[in-house]
Design a binder for this molecule. Structure first.
Ligand SMILES: NC(=O)c1ccc[n+]([C@@H]2O[C@H](COP(=O)([O-])OP(=O)(O)OC[C@H]3O[C@@H](n4cnc5c(N)ncnc54)[C@H](O)[C@@H]3O)[C@@H](O)[C@H]2O)c1
Length: 365
């Protein structure tokens, strides 16, 4: 088996979860870790017994590294991605791809020109239950899709005193680009088509936030968004995205209403679907290799009731990425950099729609 030497750049929240996932992927060998924070760098380098590199340029310039995992804050994605692609490295980047649709498009074009494999970490689409929903919807088993609804709700920005440096340098959007892109990726992956038009109503609940030392920070990006949409074939949809929803931890929900039955998935109960039947009610569908669609099976990593959750979806995503490296041009279930462009085009259309109080077309590839 060919082993690919991976380096993870950025060891804050998500980087160590990439490391955990990499340890479960047989084709991956962790070759180096990188972070500007000496404590995080030492911790992970020592526990893994791999080189600690403080400067990300040195990781990119190392010819022995095959794959770069970019787990830096969004404002740093472009510089690292561009350098990695120009060095001919495979790239696995955290979402959102970039701060603007224009720069996301440039990065997707560069990746295609370089002929390497480049993907985005939208791991929700890699849950077995989401794969099953996708298979049933795209095979027409649920019937004609009448509508799509959902939400992605968190609670980190409820109070004016909720402030973090992660709220800065996020471009023209914050909540939509951070978690709205996850919902859009999941919904578009299930439907197999992009979002074509939006009508958005975005809200900044606290125009000024104060940090723990009492310093004021002016906010110019949204806490909450209510979005109506049309998918490419005209199917209507609606999503509410917020970081100001008390009690909601990581509450991503997606519901597809077919005219045979509806299917609903909730991220906080990730190992099952709810199937809604007219005149009957809802039944719970666990991910069972004996009853699921054949294409779902590779994503089922534990028996029913041994709840496959958030880290398992990330492992599925990283596994799928390393499976795809043997032939960088073959189809892969991972989110592509073109998807990353589409998500930023969706975000920009929402911001424009809310400002201008009208439907806006989402820029297509
Ligand atoms: N897929 C998901 O569900 C998910 C979840 C959380 C975060 N993310 C994404 O992951 C990325 C990182 O988010 P996070 O929550 O881990 O952020 P974080 O702030 O916790 O971690 C970022 C790390 O980058 C390091 N860093 C910053 N500048 C650096 C530099 N110039 N050189 C080297 N290291 C540097 C910091 O020291 C820190 O350890 C973001 O794009 C975010 O949107 C994705």
């Amino acid at each position: 088996m060919k082993k690919y030497r991976a380096a993870v750049i950025g060891l804050g929240f998500i980087g160590p979860l990439h490391l955990d996932a990499l340890m479960r992927v047989p084709q991956a060998e962790i070759a180096a870790v990188c972070d500007a924070d000496p404590a995080a760098l030492r911790l992970h380098a020592e526990r893994l017994g791999v080189p600690a590199v403080a400067d990300w340029h040195a990781v990119i310039d190392d010819p022995s590294i095959d794959v770069i995992h970019n787990c830096l804050p969004p404002g740093l994605h472009d510089a690292v991605n561009r350098a990695a692609l120009l060095q001919g490295k495979h790239l696995y980047c955290e979402k959102p791809l970039s701060l603007t649709a224009a720069s996301a498009r440039q990065m997707a074009e560069l990746a295609e020109k370089q002929g390497v494999r480049a993907a985005l970490n939208h791991q929700y689409r890699m849950n077995a239950a989401v794969r099953e929903m996708r298979a049933q919807v795209q095979k027409g088993m649920a019937g004609r899709v009448l509508a799509v609804t959902g939400c992605y709700l968190q609670e980190s920005a409820v109070r004016a005193s909720d402030w973090s440096s992660r709220m800065e340098n996020t471009g023209i959007s914050r909540t939509l680009s951070d978690i709205g892109t996850h919902w859009a990726d999941t919904a578009c992956c299930v439907l197999g088509q992009p979002i074509a038009r939006v009508f958005a109503d975005l809200h900044i609940h606290h125009p000024v936030r104060t940090d723990s030392e009492g310093k004021a920070h002016r906010m110019d990006t949204e806490d909450t968004g209510f979005i109506l949409m049309r998918f490419e074939d005209g199917t209507p949809g609606q999503v509410t995205v917020s970081k100001a929803a008390s009690g909601h931890k990581n509450d991503l929900r997606l519901s597809v209403w077919g005219d045979s039955y509806s299917l609903a998935w909730e991220q906080e109960q990730p190992d099952r679907l709810r199937r809604g039947i007219q005149g009957v009610g809802f039944e719970t569908v666990y991910m069972n290799p004996k009853t699921c669609q054949a294409e779902t099976r590779p994503f089922i990593t534990a028996p029913m009731g041994h709840v496959m959750g958030w880290p398992d979806a990330l492992r599925n995503a990283v596994q799928a990425f390393y499976d795809s490296l043997a032939d960088p041009k073959a189809p892969s279930p991972c989110a592509t950099l073109r998807d990353g462009f589409a998500h930023m085009a969706f975000v920009e259309a929402c911001v424009q729609s809310s400002r201008e109080n009208r439907w806006v077309e989402v820029e297509a590839w």
